[in-house]
Design a protein around this ligand. Structure first.
Ligand code: NAD
Length: 505
């Protein structure tokens, strides 16, 4: 039996639970299947067959989840940090116990290759451990002395919060947002992407099995325009953390205006990787390929624009072409697969629409530019490389969110900065040069929330993660996450010596 067949057999066993009953909600510690609920089909991008059905939640379902999170908040807020640390580390242990199931289910649900999803499950556990260990110190503040007063600050959890996640790496991103909220002492309502609800239900199971008190964790499935909207309007929800498209961020900002929600947005990107003539050629090549073709190019920090300096352009593009031609496209459960099927039919068609757009714009299609229908009924696409592009082209401006790279050449540092910044987005950037001074100048002027020099997307959990411009508002990671999920209170205490201005004497 091939490893693919073995993985398929194991995945079928794990997916059985979602075939037997529709995916519902998890509210106040219980799985809930509302009577008479509207259901929709959840399909796998590997062959577009139906994995099971999902409840399209209603505003009433969301109200119930928000009420549960509100009721559970005071007790969870007051659980000592050390206790929360223990519980959330236990949660991480439970993720590890179910890592195989999570990876296989996730891979079938969203089409991400299993080689990346195995790591994603373990990274999810690491997210929980990192924030678990910080839980005891989350409330700590500062002492700020004046001559006759002492100020001290403390932080307290903001209240129940809403977490809205996308379909590209649903499990990893959910843990990344939810772990700090729980560690801070917030209760949560999670709204997973409608296209990829399965791993969120595994997380809800784990929340129950790990012993989180009822109501601390709630999950409501359904569509953004209904349950997502209701969450962002609900007065019990004090903050909303969204990972999704830029347009969705705008909607949510409007929806949350009346209740003055605190918002944290991680949105789209069109991230440049800038390769100078003096770059370490082989390492730059590896990183350029990895950062757009891994995770099917469905990655917010993917380097979807290659800015290549003219001196090495020919050599680099030839080497890149050979690598892209050799990428292995296939079933997401095949361990050999490097590029899997795109998440769903609509997104697949959107990505493929850029093949014609590139031609109309006048770019050269060096590799790919077509579907891979030979691989069956799934959403398979040939990894694609566009060359001879410029920044006026749509393929250089718009987030394609697939395994599609647009290469643009430049001559000088100044030109590279101008091209890199000629976008509405500002999430990430990558700079390849052996010249430290140049790297530092570029890091100063390239407009992005995160820059990597001579590296691909290395993640350090205490470091700030987030974008500028239309790529987002706010930062995740370490204490930045606690700042979002917590309110800071200042207490000012007089030493009893200062003069108080006397009125009406
Ligand atoms: P999306 O914006 O369509 O959906 C994200 C979530 O928002 C889903 O759960 C959806 O149901 C919900 N939603 C949609 N409309 C809503 C509304 N009006 N009110 C409340 N909720 C609503 O995004 P997607 O297509 O699922 O994911 C891909 C996008 O996510 C890409 O643009 C990608 O760049 C972005 N992304 C960003 C980051 C980052 O860290 N910056 C990370 C991953 C993905």
């Amino acid at each position: 039996m091939s490893v693919l067949a073995e993985n398929q057999a194991k995945a079928a066993k794990y997916l059985e639970q979602f075939r037997q009953a529709p995916v519902g909600h998890f509210i106040n510690g219980k799985h809930v299947l509302p009577e008479g609920a509207t259901l929709y089909d959840n399909v796998t991008p590997t062959d577009n067959s139906v994995l099971g059905q999902v409840v399209a939640g209603t505003a009433a379902d969301m109200n119930a989840a928000c009420a549960a999170a509100e009721a559970a908040f005071p007790a969870w807020r007051d659980v000592p940090g050390a206790e929360r640390k223990k519980l959330l580390n236990h949660f991480a242990d439970k993720i590890v116990e179910r890592a195989e199931e999570i990876a296989l289910v996730e891979s079938m649900d969203c089409g991400q290759p299993i080689r990346f999803m195995q790591a994603a499950a373990i990274r999810g556990a690491a997210n929980f451990r990192f924030f678990a260990d910080k839980a005891p110190e989350a409330q700590n503040g500062q002492a700020l002395y004046q001559a006759e007063h002492t100020n001290y600050t403390m932080r307290s959890p903001i209240g129940p919060v809403g977490i809205i996640t996308p379909w590209n790496t649903p499990f990893m991103l959910s843990t990344w947002k939810i772990a700090p909220a729980l560690a801070a002492g917030c209760t949560i309502v999670h709204k997973p992407a409608e296209l990829t609800p399965l791993s969120a239900m595994l997380l809800a199971d784990i929340a129950r099995d790990a012993g989180l008190p009822d109501g601390v964790w709630n999950t409501v499935n359904g569509f953004g325009e209904t349950v997502g909207k209701r969450m962002t309007e609900h007065p019990a929800i004090k903050a909303v953390a969204l990972v999704g498209e830029t347009a969705t961020g705008s909607h949510i900002m409007r929806q949350g205006a009346d209740t003055l929600k605190r918002m944290h947005f991680e949105l789209g990107g069109k991230n440049p990787v800038i390769v100078f003539d003096d770059a370490d050629f082989e390492r730059a090549l590896d990183a350029v390929v990895f950062m757009i073709y891994s995770l099917n190019g469905q990655r917010c920090t993917s380097s979807s624009r290659l800015l290549i300096q003219s001196g090495i352009q020919d050599k680099f593009m030839a080497a890149l072409k050979a690598r892209v031609e050799s990428l292995r496209v296939g079933h997401s459960l095949d361990p050999a697969t490097e590029v899997g099927p795109l998440v769903h039919g609509g997104h697949y068609e959107k990505v493929c629409s850029y093949f014609d757009i590139a031609k109309t714009d006048g770019a050269t299609t060096l590799v790919g530019g077509h579907k891979r229908e030979d691989l069956g009924a799934g959403n398979y696409v040939a990894p694609t490389l566009f060359a001879d592009a410029n920044n006026d082209m749509r393929i250089a401006k718009e987030e394609i969110f697939g395994p599609v790279l647009t290469a643009i050449s430049f001559d000088s540092e100044a030109e590279a900065i101008q091209i890199a910044n000629d976008t509405d987005y500002g999430l990430a950037g990558y700079i390849w040069t052996e010249n430290t001074g140049r790297a530092m100048r570029m890091a100063k002027y390239v407009e992005a929330g995160m820059l990597w020099v001579n590296s691909e997307n290395n993640r350090n959990l205490p470091s700030p993660f987030g974008g500028i411009k239309m790529s987002g508002i706010g930062r995740d990671g370490g204490d930045y996450s606690f700042d979002f999920y917590m309110e800071t209170k200042n207490v000012c205490i007089a030493h009893g010596t200062h003069k108080i201005t006397r009125l009406g004497v």
